[in-house]
Design a protein around this ligand. Structure first.
Ligand code: PLP
Length: 384
């Protein structure tokens, strides 16, 4: 039987060469490859400055710390996200407040965000789902009107754009992930993009990233030894991993094109099902995707399970995604209850992600599509 996994790692061919080179150089962090990768990312983000981190989670933690959140503060975010978005806020003693998402892009609904603003609200953490942007112009407007900070969880949004502008550069700060499941990966890794036009924010960010020390000034030759100057942690990635990431980011256009081919193929074969009301990944005209994932949303949890099982029996690994945070056991302790966020709840039950990885062959794409169509047609009456 043909087996099509959900994800499969992709090598560009340069990995071993860069890794060997990095091994010879024996740098811990902030070596040559960290500089190179920072440069590659800064070329994309315009005025933004980039600090590489050990993970997307840690980039979010740094951003929340830099916002100056205090206990009692509230931050609005989608419930349909990974726990890291909420954990970052909670680590500062602040409270995540969950808003609903829009049916067409599964990203924050600006109207629901506006409804959830209180005098305690300090920020908005939009999540760009699957490389497709939130309505950032609208969210920016709301944030500016209420003097809120915007921190983008662009973990899935590296190299994607909204109205031509890169995700991660619309907010005061943006957070990227290079986890193994993301488009451009080093196994673990992330980046914080600082768009605020303040040197002081970058200065504080560098201190937080290097264990609360001014090591960055020492590395620049500005001081003779470094010491403890404030609160911090260790968010700097090993240069070895950045060598791996360097190989992938240099091949960023190739990786994106390969994913696009699968994305477009799925779109083309599923388009006839639009009439029967099947909801699947669509890219709004003002979004430029990085083709991170491709989902379909079935009308019920039962239908989703049946389609998932039928695909599994044919060797195709399709997977669901987030458990809405407000319905998780942690979410319950924060007051989360079923019925609070109808779109989030419906989508999370019905959503199924199809296999999509960088080196996917035409044969694999066709195998997924042919089988999915067959299964969907058979279940037509109940599923669509
Ligand atoms: C992957 C992901 C994260 C976490 O990134 P890591 O690099 O795995 O820590 C956070 N938020 C979202 C939306 C993600 O998809």
């Amino acid at each position: 039987m043909v087996r099509v996994p959900f994800n499969r790692p992709f090598d560009t061919g340069k990995e071993m060469e860069y890794l060997q080179d990095a091994l010879l150089k024996q740098t811990s962090s902030d070596g040559e490859y960290t500089k190179k990768v920072t440069g590659l990312l800064e070329d994309k983000v315009g005025q933004g400055r980039v600090l590489l981190t050990t993970s997307g989670t840690h980039a979010l933690e740094m951003a929340a710390a830099l916002m100056g959140l205090e206990p009692g503060d509230e931050v609005i975010m989608p419930s349909y996200t990974f726990p890291s978005t909420a954990n970052a806020v909670m680590a500062q003693g602040a409270r995540p407040v969950f808003a609903d998402i829009e049916e067409d892009t599964l990203t924050l609904d600006p109207f629901d965000v506006e409804r959830k603003i209180t005098p305690a609200t300090k920020g908005i953490f939009p999540v760009h789902y699957g490389g497709i942007s939130c309505k950032m112009d609208k969210l920016r407007e709301i944030a500016d009107a209420h003097r809120l900070m915007v921190i983008e969880d662009a973990a899935q949004g590296v190299n994607a754009r909204y109205q031509g502008r890169y995700l991660g550069t619309w907010g005061e700060m943006g957070c990227y992930s290079f986890h193994a499941t993301k488009n451009y990966s080093s196994g673990e890794g992330g980046a914080l993009v600082v768009n605020l036009d303040h040197n002081s924010v970058m200065e504080r960010a560098k201190i937080i990233r290097q264990k609360g020390t001014n090591r960055h000034r020492f590395l620049q030759g500005e001081i003779n030894h470094y010491s403890w100057v404030g609160w911090g942690s260790n968010y700097a990635p090993a240069d070895l991993l950045m060598a791996l990431l360097c190989a992938r980011l240099e091949a960023l256009d190739e990786i994106t094109a390969l994913r696009k081919a699968t994305h477009e193929y799925y779109t083309q074969v599923l388009t006839p099902f639009l009439e029967s009301g099947l909801n699947f990944t669509t890219i709004p005209f003002n979004c430029q995707s990085n083709y991170h994932l491709f989902y379909i949303v079935l009308p019920s949890e039962l239908a989703r399970k049946q389609v998932q099982r039928a695909l599994g029996e044919r060797g195709i690994e399709a997977v669901t995604h987030f458990v809405p945070l407000h319905l998780s056991s942690m979410g319950h302790t924060l007051g989360g209850r079923k019925g609070q966020l109808p779109v989030t709840e419906r989508v999370s039950e019905g959503l199924l992600r199809l296999p999509l990885y960088t080196g996917m062959t035409q044969g694999e794409r066709e195998y997924v599509a042919v089988n999915l169509l067959e299964i969907l047609k058979k279940g037509n009456r109940t599923w669509l």
